[in-house]
Design a protein around this ligand. Structure first.
Ligand code: UD1
Length: 343
């Protein structure tokens, strides 16, 4: 099958990662149709490049109608609720949206004959890992309902595929950060929760201070360690995986990270270096559902696709994130942080 010109459904395509993935696909000649309920994303000028259907991914009939009318050949399924602390407070809401959404999607695929699905999963399926970096063979033992809901989605895809359903590509994201290098998209949710986004908003004076959640973790400096991956690099992995599946390739499950971890304090120091001054920080108790350390073993990803990330540098991620937050809030970027500095 010729991939270019094919129509891909991107659920959650108005979200932070979904928009970047939709753009990556459009730039490589695919037609993109987005289904998104706009609950955690918003339409940006760049969405004019896609057909956008505002709707809930749990509505199977809607998905079937979109798939049939647009001639969808594959799906990137990203629509989901994604906050760990929120999932601890509202587990049933998370199972409803994330498990229910994936169920409806797979039923719609079965009804319309769609044979390839790329699924957004998460490193949170591993839970509190004993080994670092963690590879894809590690046990699935999520520490919070968000991770559990994604683990169930993975299982549903595997079981459906074994029964003749779509071939799948499961991507376990580690910590996605940064923004489109050309600043066409980035995170838009009004409330920032993720570390790099919060730190950038503090650096821009949009929030008073950064709270460090836990300084007694069993890590090198007592703060949580994560593997931060640039959103544009992650989007490229989606395209490569989709091309693999459209070419008839086998189902595959991949970690998505760079294979090296930074502590909260190291991230704060990186932002401070980029903006050239200290950030106001405050030590706070551990956050519910958090784990000490999550770093990806990336051998499968790099070997499978000969993938070489283009933005695997914390300072670049921070610069893109800072410039995006400044543009979003319509405030000037910090002196010395200029688009020209972007990699
Ligand atoms: C979590 C999931 C991840 C998922 C992501 C999606 C886990 C272990 N990870 O990322 O798989 O893709 O949500 O939403 O479940 N921190 C602070 N202060 C802040 C914000 C964060 O200290 O204001 C710390 C956290 O405690 C953590 C690190 O920074 O140690 C990263 O947190 P965050 O950016 O929120 O992402 P995760 O919770 O790791």
């Amino acid at each position: 099958m010729h991939a270019e010109g094919s129509t891909i459904l991107v659920t959650g395509g108005a979200g932070y990662i979904g928009t970047q993935v939709a753009l990556e696909l459009a730039e490589h000649g695919y037609r993109v149709v987005v289904v998104d309920d706009l609950s955690n994303g918003r339409l940006l000028p760049v969405h004019q490049r896609f057909r956008v259907v505002v709707g809930d991914v749990r509505e199977r009939e809607l998905l079937m109608e979109v798939m049939a009318s647009a001639g969808v050949v594959a799906v990137v399924h990203m629509a989901a609720s994604i906050s760990v602390p929120e999932s601890v407070a509202d587990p049933l809401g998370y199972y409803d949206n994330n498990v229910g959404g994936t169920l409806a999607l797979l039923e719609a695929c079965a009804a319309t004959g769609v044979k390839a699905v790329v699924f957004s999963s998460t490193a949170a399926v591993y839970g509190d890992v004993r080994t670092s970096p963690v590879d894809e063979e590690a046990p699935v033992a999520p520490a919070n309902p968000y991770g559990a809901s994604k683990a169930m989605g993975e299982r549903m895809l595997m079981d459906a595929a074994a029964a003749g359903g779509p071939r799948y590509g499961i991507l376990r994201y580690f910590n996605v950060a940064g923004a489109d290098p050309a600043l066409r998209c980035g995170p838009t949710a009004p409330e920032a929760h993720h570390l790099i986004r919060v730190a950038c908003r503090v650096a821009l004076g949009l929030e008073a201070r950064l709270r460090i959640f836990g300084t007694d973790w069993p890590t090198r400096d007592g703060t949580g360690v994560r593997d931060y991956i640039h959103v544009a690099d992650l989007a490229e992995v989606h395209r490569l995986l989709l091309e693999h599946l459209l070419a008839g390739g086998d189902s595959i499950l991949l970690n998505c990270g760079y294979g090296r971890g930074f502590s909260v304090r190291e991230v704060v120091a990186a932002v401070e270096r980029v903006v050239g001054r200290p950030l106001p920080v405050e030590e706070a108790p551990r956050r519910p559902g958090d784990v000490a350390e999550l770093v990806a073993a990336t051998r499968r990803l790099t070997e499978r696709f000969a993938w070489r990330p283009r933005h695997a540098d914390l300072a670049t991620i921070v610069r893109h994130a800072l410039l995006w937050e400044a543009q979003l809030a319509q405030v000037p970027p910090p002196a010395g942080v200029k688009p020209a500095a972007c990699g």
